[in-house]
Design a protein around this ligand. Structure first.
Ligand SMILES: Nc1ncnc2c1ncn2[C@@H]1O[C@H](COP(=O)(O)OP(=O)(O)OP(=O)(O)O)[C@@H](O)[C@H]1O
Ligand SMILES: Nc1ncnc2c1ncn2[C@@H]1O[C@H](COP(=O)(O)OP(=O)(O)OP(=O)(O)O)[C@@H](O)[C@H]1O
Ligand SMILES: [Mg+2]
Ligand SMILES: [Mg+2]
Lengths: 155, 165, 155, 165
């Protein structure tokens, strides 16, 4: 059991570094390690993230947007280990600036060759990057309905 | 395995039967605040087996049933179905099209079905075994999870890891 | 002490109803009440919010955007009781759709006759509604600098 | 009372002396993720007296001092000053312009000043008595507070209420 875990851990770590550097910048330092390597099956998983030129002592010092990208990098590195047939993202792009929304959407576009993505968003750039859009409305107060949406007339 | 459609009726704010098709690789869901977008996400989490009302932003399972509005009475039943194509034979069954259904009645009874045949929750869990599909999977990402992963609240990193390993 | 508190509570409640109905819709039901009116100085404060046509049993059932607007309505109703000389808002508009961002900015504009507002945002509509904009950049990696910004060339 | 300017040097990511003027009623602060916007908010919370490093997203007070970057050494001192016009005589002093300063040295020493005269934290707190200005005031609103107010974590509604009452 611990061999299986260690093997998976090493692959996720490699995925994490690749995804992190795509979302941040080439060459940015990041790492995943086991807090207590002697107890592989119980140990906490530690995350190190040092975006361009910064030296945060822990990831809690990162900014809102940097925390979001770091957490997404970890989730996507797990996804790359075992791609789920579909993924759902609920307003995950909200804390990101325009530049990072672009990188994020490009990555999802790549993954969408393997899996289907359902993306809830208020961000216009994200709306422009999906294949089809459903609008949810409450024309009748309190009752939700779905309408296929023509992108040009949104919100 | 490909998602083909979600049918929702009487679940949260979806009083009437509503269908969303997933024919494309990237489907966007948009709309004003409070219109029901996250309720669609809750419907998917619920039909694949979520047991804790708290994970569906509710106090008890009964809160999942449409509780009425200005012009409508409350529903007696919440019903959600999710249909897949079983391409690549990933699902633990030989059917090429699989439709899972979950129902919850106001009297507390709940029912699960696979292709309209009543079954147990265990059968639905077996169906998705080893596909990465589960109600607390790393593949359903909400903003609230970001803070939990960064501060590793309740050892959430380890928990997500074990889903994938 | 309890009279003073009750007097303040009644005024905040009145403010809350006014602000809530401006941010949501005229006539939407909302309320503030003391969970335990016999123990005024210790009691928890309960919030009721029922946007147009909905019957949420508690405010935790509201949507992300509705929760944000409800919490803002409470904070602003405290502000109206004792207007602080300045207010700081850090990306509070992120969960809001375009329509609600508009209502939110209009309200701040009204309050800004009494107090100064410092607003951190990524939202273009909010950027357009302030008087002056400062851009923060890290031209040198890891080192923040401030530059006055010409609105037209943003992000 | 009107804010006129904030000066930051060696505080978090602001290695060099940086000044922001508040001549208008609504000042916007914009920029890419991680550039230092929320650090400006932390600087204001800190100079008006915040004592808990946790409220400034830090483990210990030393984390507030610029800790270096690729091309620079760490600073030895974090220094922030906030200048006000004492219009309407709201502040507990007869000066028409008030400048509060807070410094923190790597050796753990900290210093407070009002108009460049050393003083205690208590003097700064007295200055702002009854104005609604405090480091945990209802007037400094971040997204994280929204969830705390909705779920009333640690009785936060009551706590905010008492600031205003
Ligand atoms: N059982 C129920 N019956 C009727 N309405 C319900 C029920 N449960 C929740 N709702 C309503 O659904 C609404 C929330 O919808 P949801 O959270 O999906 O909004 P959203 O589209 O995600 O909005 P946002 O953009 O703000 O996140 C709430 O206003 C809530 O009152
Ligand atoms: N003591 C310090 N020395 C140097 N840099 C620091 C220090 N403390 C924090 N930082 C850096 O400041 C950055 C965070 O800045 P901040 O949180 O202000 O970003 P932001 O502009 O608010 O971004 P976002 O839009 O993502 O919220 C982090 O990258 C962090 O590494
Ligand atoms: Mg939502
Ligand atoms: Mg920030």
């Amino acid at each position: 059991a611990s061999e299986k875990f260690l093997d998976a851990f090493t692959r996720v770590k490699a995925n994490f570094i690749t995804v992190f550097q795509k979302l941040f910048n080439e060459g940015d330092q990041c790492d995943l390690y086991l807090e207590n390597p002697d107890d592989v099956l119980e140990s906490k998983i530690e995350v190190v993230a040092k975006p361009k030129g910064k030296k945060p002592s822990t990831i809690t010092q990162l900014s809102g947007g940097e925390k979001t990208l770091t957490a997404i990098a970890l989730l996507f590195s797990l996804y790359l280990l075992k791609p789920a047939p579909f993924c759902i993202l609920d307003e995950v792009d909200a804390p990101l600036d325009d530049n990072n929304v672009g990188k994020f959407n490009n990555m999802i576009r790549e993954f969408s060759n393997n899996s289907q993505f359902i993306i809830v968003t208020h961000n216009k750039a994200t709306m422009a990057s999906v294949d089809v859009i459903y609008g949810v409305t409450m024309a009748e107060p309190g009752v939700s309905r779905l309408v296929p949406v023509d992108f040009r007339s949104l919100e | 395995m490909r998602l083909t459609s979600l049918e929702v009726k009487g679940f949260k704010s979806f009083a009437d039967k509503t269908v969303i098709h997933f024919n494309d690789n990237m489907t966007g869901v948009v709309g004003p605040n409070g219109c029901g977008k996250s309720n669609v996400v809750d419907a998917i989490r619920w039909v694949i087996g979520e047991q804790k009302a708290r994970m569906l932003r509710s106090g008890k399972m009964e809160d999942l049933i449409f509780n009425g509005s200005k012009g409508r009475n409350a529903s007696q039943l919440a019903e959600v179905s999710l249909t897949f194509e079983n391409t690549k034979n990933q699902l633990g069954t030989e059917f090429s099209t699989v439709r899972i259904t979950r129902m919850y009645f106001r009297n507390g009874e709940s029912e699960y079905r696979i292709n309209d045949v009543p079954c147990r929750l265990k059968d639905i869990n077996n169906l998705f075994m080893d596909t990465g599909v589960s109600s607390d999977s790393y593949a359903i990402i909400e903003l609230k999870m970001i803070e939990e992963i960064i501060s590793d609240r309740e050892n959430s990193r380890r928990h997500l890891f074990e889903q994938a390993a």
